[in-house]
Structure formats: structure tokens, C-alpha cells
Design a protein around this ligand. Structure first.
Ligand SMILES: [Zn+2]
Length: 421
């Protein structure tokens, strides 16, 4: 009887794609907001270098467009392009009431996040695993009535750069893996994004913050070891987007929509501008052509598209939440409404083809090869990779395991092979 039961268990595990003879593998997905792919080139980063030696380093990864925080993080959690997962902006908005909510408040607008695509926490839990999240964008929302079983959302006005808190959060997450036997956790750090915005990506302040990230990477790996997780835990470290310098103070002719001949805000029902290099406009009935013709070609560094004419490669059109006219500017420029109100020295949100928008990628753990450098890939592919290591069936997604499976040790690639689309 016992023998039969064990066979059944083995059969069930193989169906689920779990490693049969080994301990089930765990995954920790970490995001350091705004960590550009090349930030390790002008700073000594011994811990990131050690992680690359012990695991895998990608030259860079390509985030989805629009390259801003909540949409790109939701791509990491779902493997879907932004037009397909529907979290199209950091800001919730209502075009009828013209109400807008900033980044933090939008975290708590359930219907903004829970609009048809399940994040990996919920998928993992539905397949018998335990998932958690600390501060990762999307954590505060529920999805079809479910939430990550262990979760922590940062309070309003949280200090995202306190290194002591970073260490406490690291130890907390490692405790979840060890004491509550979680299988999958997402962990978010709000830097070096904040420093990159404030001082610019080429500043000494940004370089100091990269050193802090590097010390924390060392601390994370040490904490994993102290919690006895070295043989079971895979650590993936990446980011949501990069950062580029903004031209200011008469260095360039700024883009200010109200100054453009033939354009008037009175022709719009709703607009989302003054948000870095991207904008969306909803013209009043009958005014679309007028608004479009006034803006198109009005500034050499302003790109103006009707939603249906958006380049396919950006995957940012086919969603009802995306407004009829989409604007973006070239690196160095931001889009101002009536007059300049943005004074960041660094910005993101640009075309995802721009090298300055690309994040970094490192991975280490029992599933990954050692001392392996790989070429770039799109961040939609991180989702099927994580599902594969966890041995769960992914939801429909835009990534593919083929883009990343060369990073895995052979024994892992033979387990739990799932077709992801
Ligand atoms: Zn970000």
C-alpha cells in the first residue's frame, strides 16, 4: 500500500514538473528599481561580480514599453507585455472625472491591477506552493480574491534608501523561506531609482548608491547562507528600467505642449503629461485630427502616434486603457504641459530600445550555471523561467523558456518542461 502511495506521489510530482529526487527549488526575485545595465562599470562592485562568477550575468535585459515602475514590474510578475496585462501606467486615472492617483495610492486601487492577468504569486499558490512579497509593486492588490499568503506593503512616505532597513527586510524574507517554507518571494528595493532621478545617472551620488546596492547583494547572499538556503534557493536580481540624464537650463529647446502652434488643451477631455518623457491624450469628440496634426512634427525630439499607428514592437496599443494619442520624447527631453514643472536630473519612460533604459540581470542558485555570461533578452522571459524552476504551469504569457534555458544546469532543464504559450 505504502509502495503504491509513493508511486502515486512520484507520478503526481512528475506531472507537476517538480524535481522528483531532489528538494523542490525555491526562487527569490529581487528588483533594485532603476538599476541600469551598466551601473557596475564605473563603480567597484565586488559582490555583484562574485554573484556573476557563482552564477549567470546577462549583458542587459530589455524591459517592456512603457519603461516605468508599476507596468514593468507587472511584466516581471506575469510575463506579459503591458498592453496585454493592462497595468499601463504608475497612475490610476479616470478620463470621465479626470481624477488621477499617484504611484503609491495606485498600489491600493484593486481594479487597476486585478484586470484579468494573474501574477505568479497567485498561480504558484493555486498549484500548491507558498508565495510571499515584500514591497514589490502589485503586492497590495488582490487578484480574483487572492493575495500572496505572506506580504508586506511599505507605509506612505517610506524611506526607500535606508540600508539598515534593507538588511532587516532581507533577513525577514529569508526567515519566510526557512520558517514558513515559502517557495517563491518577490523583494523590492526603491533604489538606485530615487538617487538617479534626483542627482542624475552620472552623479557621484548615484555611484555611492550602487555601492550600497552591491553591499546589500553581498548581505543577501550571506543571509541566505546563514538561513541554510544555499542548496535550495535561486536568487534572481534585476530591475524595472534604466535611467538617462535630462537636458536642462537652456541646453536644449524643451518640449512644452502649450507653446506648440495650433495645439490647445481646450481640445482635450483628458491628458496625462508632465510625467517624464511619455504622455497620453484623449481629444474631445471630433478633435483628434486637429490635435494630432498640430503635434506631429512640431518638435524634432517629440514622437506623436495615434494609438492604432503605434509601432508593433512597443506592444503598447491594444488595450482600452491606452488613450488615442500617445507621445514620447527622445532621451534628454521630457514632455511639459503648460510650462516646465519637472526638475529631475535623471528620467526613464523612454523607448525600450534606448540602451539607457535597459536594466541589469544576475542569477545564482542550484538551477543556474556558474560563471556564465549570456546575451540580452526581454524581461517577459523571466516569468516562464521562474515557473520552470518552481515546477509550475505558467499562465498564458508573452515570454518563452527558450530565451533563458541555456542559463540553467542540464538537470533542471529536463524537469518540468512546460510549453508556455
Ligand atoms: Zn522604477
Amino acid at each position: 500500500m505504502l509502495w503504491t502511495a509513493s508511486l502515486c506521489l512520484l507520478w503526481a510530482l512528475s506531472i507537476l514538473g517538480a524535481p522528483v529526487n531532489k528538494q523542490r527549488q525555491k526562487v527569490l526575485l529581487i528588483s533594485f528599481d532603476g538599476f541600469r545595465w551598466d551601473y557596475d562599470r564605473d563603480v567597484d562592485t565586488p559582490n555583484l561580480d562574485k554573484m556573476a562568477k557563482d552564477g549567470v550575468k546577462a549583458l542587459y535585459v530589455t524591459p517592456p514599453y512603457l519603461t516605468i515602475t508599476s507596468p514593468t514590474h507587472f511584466t516581471l510578475l506575469t510575463g506579459r507585455y503591458i498592453e496585454n496585462h493592462g497595468v499601463i501606467h504608475n497612475m490610476w486615472f479616470n478620463t470621465t472625472t479626470t481624477e488621477k492617483k499617484p504611484y503609491y495610492q495606485t498600489q491600493f486601487v484593486n481594479e487597476w491591477w486585478d484586470n484579468g492577468t494573474l501574477p505568479i504569486w497567485i498561480t504558484a499558490q493555486r498549484q500548491g506552493l507558498k508565495a510571499g512579497s515584500l514591497h514589490f509593486p502589485g503586492t497590495a492588490s488582490s487578484y480574483q480574491g487572492q493575495v500572496a499568503m505572506v506580504r508586506e506593503v511599505e507605509p506612505l512616505l517610506y524611506n526607500y534608501k535606508n540600508e539598515t532597513a534593507w538588511r532587516e527586510n532581507t533577513d525577514k524574507v529569508m526567515g519566510w523561506f526557512r520558517d514558513q517554507d515559502l517557495d517563491f518571494v518577490t523583494l523590492y528595493f526603491g533604489e538606485p531609482d530615487g538617487t538617479g532621478h534626483r542627482y542624475g545617472p552620472d552623479s557621484p551620488e548615484r555611484r555611492e548608491m550602487v555601492k550600497q546596492v552591491d553591499r546589500t547583494v553581498g548581505y543577501i547572499r550571506q543571509s541566505a547562507k546563514q538561513h541554510g538556503l544555499t542548496n535550495s534557493l535561486n536568487i534572481i536580481i534585476t530591475a524595472d528600467h534604466g535611467m538617462t540624464s535630462v537636458y536642462r537650463n537652456g541646453q536644449v529647446e524643451e518640449i512644452t505642449l502649450s507653446k506648440i502652434p495650433g495645439f490647445s488643451f481646450r481640445d482635450l477631455s483628458f491628458h496625462l503629461v508632465d510625467f517624464g518623457p511619455s504622455g497620453m491624450l484623449l481629444p474631445k469628440p471630433g478633435k483628434l485630427e486637429k490635435v494630432y496634426n498640430a503635434l506631429k512634427g512640431s518638435h524634432p525630439h517629440l514622437h506623436v502616434y495615434k494609438k492604432e499607428e503605434m509601432p508593433e514592437r512597443l506592444h503598447f496599443a491594444k488595450n482600452d486603457r491606452i488613450l488615442p494619442i500617445i507621445l514620447w520624447s527622445d532621451p534628454g527631453y521630457v514632455i511639459n504641459g503648460y510650462f516646465p514643472v519637472q526638475f529631475h536630473k535623471g528620467e526613464h519612460g523612454f523607448d525600450n530600445q534606448e540602451m539607457d533604459m535597459k536594466p541589469f540581470f544576475r542569477a545564482v542558485g542550484p538551477a543556474f550555471q556558474k560563471n556564465l555570461k549570456v546575451g540580452p533578452f526581454e524581461t517577459v522571459n523571466i516569468y516562464p523561467l521562474m515557473c520552470h524552476i518552481l515546477g509550475i504551469q505558467p499562465e498564458v504569457n508573452d515570454g518563452h523558456l527558450n530565451a533563458t534555458k541555456h542559463m540553467l544546469v542540464t538537470s533542471t532543464t529536463t524537469q518540468g518542461e512546460f510549453i508556455s504559450d
